[in-house]
Design a protein around this ligand. Structure first.
Ligand code: ASP
Length: 296
């Protein structure tokens, strides 16, 4: 049994309180695995803790888009039947990962705001509070200061994600994000795109990515990395994919578990707040294995 969570990759040092919250998220998710629960439920629980915290770019803390609205993306996938659910641009709902779960259990795979809200509303999911004055002022400052999306990418990202392996040998992956800061309304990153932001298949592994969504989508990073897991260790597969991403001027962090339970956390950025928990204990750090631009 193993659970890995991350709180984003970037070039700004993660705050101590973010690392503490990751530990809490790991413990909540692992409690589910310990009682024989599924990897999918552990992933949902650990992401929900991070969404609720309001300190990550997900759920209650999600970035505001350029027009001052929070539109949130999330996705889930389980590796036994390849069932998946994803939500794009969800407004007014606190836990997009729970909405993704409801979509997974519906005849659909991916819904944008209008359909997802209908499903979330029927199940009475918790509402998302309106952005407070401070967040709106912060958005105003970013709009004035940053002229290009590229400059905003240099910030600390803080999207969240998780992958898990349960006692039954099943894998799962998930991600949740508010996208990038001050992004154009309607812009979609990799996090809700199955095969780009996440992928899980018991015959290969489970992968969740964070970083510059545009380049992650172009490479279908999570699926391409999963395919490499057929013949390589998670370390080698992640390094290979991240080198390819660097050639596209991308930046990312990835958490990976293979079907044997071998795992890795790798990033191209200076930091990646992440942690893992297994029967030996918990480990949370602000950075793991870095793939440098010079190595491509
Ligand atoms: N990948 C996310 C996006 O592009 C952002 C992030 O991971 O921080 O929307």
């Amino acid at each position: 049994m193993l659970l890995i969570v991350h709180g984003g990759a970037g070039n700004r040092k993660p705050a101590k309180k973010a690392l503490r919250k990751l530990s809490e998220s790991l413990l909540s998710g692992y409690a589910i695995l310990s009682y024989g629960g599924t990897a999918l439920d552990a992933v949902i629980e650990s992401i929900k803790v991070l969404e609720d915290s309001g300190i990550f770019n997900a759920g209650a803390g999600g970035n505001l888009q350029l027009d001052g609205v929070r539109r949130l993306d999330a996705s889930l996938m389980e590796g036994r039947h390849l069932k998946t659910g994803s939500v794009i641009g969800l407004e007014g709902i606190r836990n997009p990962v729970v909405a993704a779960r409801l979509i997974m259990d519906s005849p659909h795979v991916m819904l944008t705001n209008i359909g997802a809200r209908r499903i979330a509303g029927a199940k009475k999911l918790d509402p998302l509070p309106e952005p407070d004055r401070r967040s709106l002022e912060k958005l105003g400052r970013i709009k004035k200061k940053e002229k290009s999306i590229a400059a905003i990418y240099e910030q600390y990202f803080s999207t969240v994600g998780a992958v898990a392996l349960d006692i039954h040998g099943d894998l799962a992956a998930g991600a949740s994000t508010g996208g990038i800061k001050a992004m154009l309304p309607g812009r979609v990153g990799d996090s809700p795109i199955i095969g780009a932001g996440i992928y899980a298949d018991n015959s290969m592994g489970a992968v969740s990515c964070t970083g510059k969504g545009e380049s992650i989508i172009r490479l279908a990073l999570a699926k391409e990395l999963s395919m490499s897991l057929k013949s390589m260790s998670p370390d080698k597969a992640a390094a290979l994919s991240l080198r390819r991403l660097l050639r596209l001027q991308g930046d990312a962090g990835i958490i990976v578990i293979n079907k044997k339970g071998q795992f890795t956390v790798v990033h191209t950025t200076e930091y990646m707040a992440a942690g893992y928990i297994n029967k030996k204990g918990t480990m949370v750090k602000e950075s793991f294995k870095r793939i440098h631009k010079a190595s491509i």
